[in-house]
Design a protein around this ligand. Structure first.
Ligand code: GMT
Length: 376
């Protein structure tokens, strides 16, 4: 039975926004009416579907405001969208400030005779970094507990949430997913040649270049790899750590071999030419970028932090190292890259793992939860 669902997310390149957008698109393909509510068109919300709607949250400014009240504008927009589009439920991604805004919207709608449940999906830093800060924690705890259902994107994040907050409700784990069909691309030779003109191996990192991603470890690891294996490093994305990373490449004399390409839309084409993906994060609740890489048959060298061990099987589809152990990460990378046959086996296994997290296996879990919450 089709439902009308309001999805609230960050519209940027962050994993939570990407996941929420892909979920909305998949649900729209299945006939549900999807209403995105956020301050900007989500970056992955491209193409046209008769079932997809985008409602922009406008935050009027006023000279009195040093901080325009986004949460108030968001809650008011939610009320408006629910009332005018027969929305059955709200699904908010990333607790801050989406869960508390949804709680407010729900109370307003209740006063007007509408009982609209909201589901909160926890994505990572909303719990492990930002959310547990004393300045946010009471509101985060309250609004998570007021949610009609709570999901976390990994077993690890579920455990972290219980460890950091007094949560009285069940948290269901619904892992990140990937459309494996979309990432099953043949590498474009001309593109590969631009990056690696002499057939060098291509090593990829993609993130929002925040401290938590440990970009310096990407570069130190690559530096060790390229001393033994002819290779090129492709860095996709942008963020606060990029100037430091560019400076480090200059210091290490890697300017010819490391290429920063900024934010990119066509990630399928990029994953397709990569031989190896590096993700040495301090923490990842799940690691959606790693899963997308694996869907393209790219093995992953990562840390054993957070939920990464839930997708990366050490020595099978990639390797896991302690945080900061660039020596170990480069040794493992060289092991995979040194031999075509080994690389092919890791690549096959990576793809096999990604298939377990295929969109067709995971999206129905959200649909079942929606039906449960709506009592259908
Ligand atoms: O990784 C980021 O910094 C972005 C962040 C977000 O919330 O936008 O991503 C988080 O959510 C993704 C989707 O659920 C997860 O795959 C990422 O692992 C998670 N990031 C962290 O936990 C650091």
């Amino acid at each position: 039975m089709s439902m009308n669902i309001g999805i609230v997310c960050y519209p940027t390149f962050g994993g939570s926004g990407v996941l929420a957008t892909e979920l909305g698109k998949a649900l729209a393909d299945k006939g549900h009416g999807i209403h995105f509510i956020t301050y900007q068109q989500p970056v992955r919300l491209t193409g046209f579907s008769a079932n997809l709607f985008f409602h922009e949250v406008r935050v009027p400014t006023y000279p009195l405001f040093d901080f325009p009240p986004y949460e108030t504008a968001l809650a008011s927009t939610m009320v408006d969208v629910v009332k005018n589009n027969n929305v059955d439920l709200l699904h908010v991604h990333y607790a801050i400030p989406h869960a508390s805004a949804a709680y407010m919207a729900k109370q307003i709608l209740k006063e007007q005779g509408l009982d609209i449940p909201f589901i909160t999906t926890l994505h990572g830093t909303d719990i492990t970094l930002v959310g547990k800060d004393k300045t946010y924690a009471p509101v985060v705890t309250f609004s998570i507990n007021q949610s009609d259902a709570i999901t976390a994107v990994s077993d690890n994040l579920r455990a972290e949430t219980h460890a950091n907050f007094a949560i009285q409700k069940e948290i269901s784990v619904i892992h990140n997913f990937v459309d494996t069909k979309r990432f099953e691309k043949k590498p474009i030779d001309a593109f590969r040649k631009v990056i690696a003109p002499n057939g060098e191996r291509i090593i990829l990192h993609a993130s929002n270049f925040r401290k938590i991603k440990r970009i310096a470890d990407v570069i130190y690891t690559f530096n060790k790899i390229q001393k033994e294996i002819p290779s090129k490093l492709l860095l996709v994305g942008d963020g606060p750590e990029r100037p430091m990373a560019e400076e480090l490449c200059r210091e290490l004399g890697l300017c010819e071999d490391a290429r920063f390409v900024g934010k990119q839309q066509e990630m399928e084409e990029i994953y397709a030419i990569a031989d190896l993906f590096l993700l040495p994060s301090e923490y990842e609740s799940f690691g959606l970028a790693a899963l997308e890489a694996m869907a393209a048959g790219t093995p992953v060298i990562a840390t054993n932090a957070g939920g990464l061990p839930e997708i990366i099987e050490h020595g099978v589809n990639g390797y896991l190292s302690e945080i900061g152990d660039v020596e170990n990460m480069s040794r493992n990378a060289k092991g995979i890259l040194s031999n075509d046959l080994i690389l092919q086996n890791f690549s096959k296994e990576a793809r096999k793992t990604a298939e377990k997290f295929d969109i067709h296996n995971i999206v129905p879990q959200y649909e079942s939860l929606y039906s449960k919450v709506l009592g259908k």
